[in-house]
Design a protein. Structure first.
Length: 201
């Protein structure tokens, strides 16, 4: 298969996804990709978060209120409308939001969710890769350089066990009982250290 065949096959898959056909459909899809590329290019290296959000919304990305997106965040160029970001979300630089579904049988995948959904109050650290139809539930914290391929539960902190590649590791889940236990242990340690200090000083 030569380069032209590969290009034609990829173009056909994108046209099938958007439900376009014929020469006019090819013209529309190329114009659409050019438009989304220009908007993304304008947002990619901007230091103005409000401008980044405005450009990404113009591409079709669903972004809520009071969000902050740093420069150099890569959001899927071909299917931006599949990505959803909630309210009060912070995304630091170098993050990738994209799909991982195979290109075979694209017609059957036309109405399927293949890209990330980020709920409210989520923080995504720099260099994180959020790939596929995963859901980051409310108040989740994603560490730097973490690869997310599974759903992240509410109030969870996810860090990479290794820099690359690293499996999902739930380091800490916020709960009143757990916070209470931590407070008790800190108090016990403080009292013990005070008694030890009195013996020597």
């Amino acid at each position: 298969m030569d380069v032209e065949d590969v290009f034609s096959q990829n173009e056909k898959e994108i046209m099938d996804f958007y439900g376009l056909k014929g020469s006019f459909g090819k013209l529309r899809i190329r114009a659409k990709i050019l438009k989304t590329w220009i908007l993304h290019k304008s947002a990619y290296s901007s230091i103005n978060s409000s401008w980044i959000i405005r450009m990404q919304r113009s591409r079709g990305v669903k972004i809520g209120k009071n969000c902050h997106i740093s420069p150099y965040v890569l959001i899927d160029l071909i299917y931006p409308s599949m990505i959803s970001i909630g309210n009060n979300v912070t995304i630091y630089h170098g993050v990738t939001l994209g799909g991982i579904s195979p290109s075979e049988n694209s017609d059957s995948q036309r109405n399927l969710k293949r890209h990330p959904t980020i709920k409210n109050n989520v923080i995504v650290g720099s260099g994180a890769q959020i790939l596929g139809p995963v859901i980051l539930e409310k108040n989740a914290r994603i560490g730097a350089n973490t690869v997310i391929l599974k759903n992240v539960p509410e109030n969870a902190q996810i860090l990479a066990e290794k820099f690359w590649p690293g499996p999902l590791t739930i380091i800490f889940e916020f709960s009143p009982i757990r916070v209470k236990n931590i407070f008790i242990w800190v108090l016990v340690a403080f009292c013990a250290s005070s008694k030890i200090a009195k013996q020597f000083f």
